[in-house]
Ligand binder design. Structure first.
Ligand code: ADP
Ligand code: MG
Length: 255
């Protein structure tokens, strides 16, 4: 793993009125990794992400992104990050080609819509409107839009929530592809399997605190080393494996 720290968070706190949603968390994200914030609803994942994205004020702590201080250079930080927008934000009347052109214009970047759509396997949807896409297609498209300004880091907040197993796997492949091209990915999820498959390291966050931070394998090994055993012998496959095996792990199912 490359050794350069691209995001540094130290003692981050966030209060909403009297309620402290983030209670002094610290972590580093390394350049080129997929870093996961794993935790239940209400843990403080989105709050943390939105603070780093410069979209939400923090209460305390120090955050640096690619050497830029969040307090001093939010504008510079915005230029080097890609943020997945909430899905309702898209102009309903525009098709995917027009939306990509619009984003390209916003970021002042030359983009070639068909190439862009190829990257996320949506070329045949070039003339479709966003609202006409399936759930998985919508998520693939919104992840593509994070890449338009050629960011160093992309932020994905629960990108697979609500998707079926195939669409989730397709998205995992897409996220791995993006990282393989050198982009750092920070992702939140409450799916344990997703964190295990996708993330190089995960911070487990609960009630505004990080309670563990390591590669998934190491977290599991640590638990096993304590003498932990699963109460019951688990089968070698589960119902989701059956489903994927029967229906196929391809993009076909979504077209
Ligand atoms: P997660 O993304 O892990 O589900 P959030 O960061 O959205 O968690 O929320 C963390 C806590 O902060 C929750 O208890 C939530 O209700 C609270 N919270 C989030 N946003 C606000 C807000 N704008 N005003 C007040 N409380 C908020
Ligand atoms: Mg959230």
């Amino acid at each position: 793993m490359p050794a350069k720290i691209i995001i540094s968070v130290k003692g981050l706190t966030k209060k909403y009125g009297d309620f402290e949603a983030v209670k002094g968390i610290s972590f580093d994200v390394m350049e080129g990794e997929i870093f996961g914030l794993l935790g239940p609803n209400g843990a403080g994942k989105s709050t943390t992400l939105e603070i780093i994205e410069t979209l939400r004020d923090k209460t305390g702590g120090v955050v640096t992104v690619d050497g830029l201080d969040l307090d001093k250079s939010p504008g510079e930080i915005k230029k080097i990050i890609g943020v997945q927008l909430q899905t309702s934000g898209y102009y309903p009347g525009l098709n995917l080609t027009e939306l990509i052109e619009l984003f390209g214009g916003l970021y002042n970047r030359k983009v070639h819509p068909p190439e862009f759509l190829d990257m996320v396997n949506l070329r045949d949807k070039a003339k479709a409107k966003y609202k006409e896409l399936s759930g998985g297609q919508k998520q693939r498209f919104s992840i593509a839009t994070t890449l338009i300004n050629q960011p160093k880091i992309i932020f994905l907040d629960e990108p697979t929530t609500g998707l079926d197993p195939q669409a989730r796997r397709n998205l995992w492949d897409l996220i791995k592809d993006i990282r393989a091209k050198g982009t750092t990915v920070i992702i939140t999820t409450h799916y344990m399997d997703e964190a295990e498959v996708l993330c190089d390291r995960v911070a487990i966050i609960d009630s505004g605190r990080i309670i563990a931070l390591d590669p998934p394998d190491k977290l599991i090994d640590n638990l096993v080393a304590t003498g932990f055993e699963r109460p019951k012998e688990v089968k070698k496959a589960n119902l989701e494996d059956v489903f994927i095996n029967l229906t196929g792990h391809t993009l076909r199912a979504e077209h």
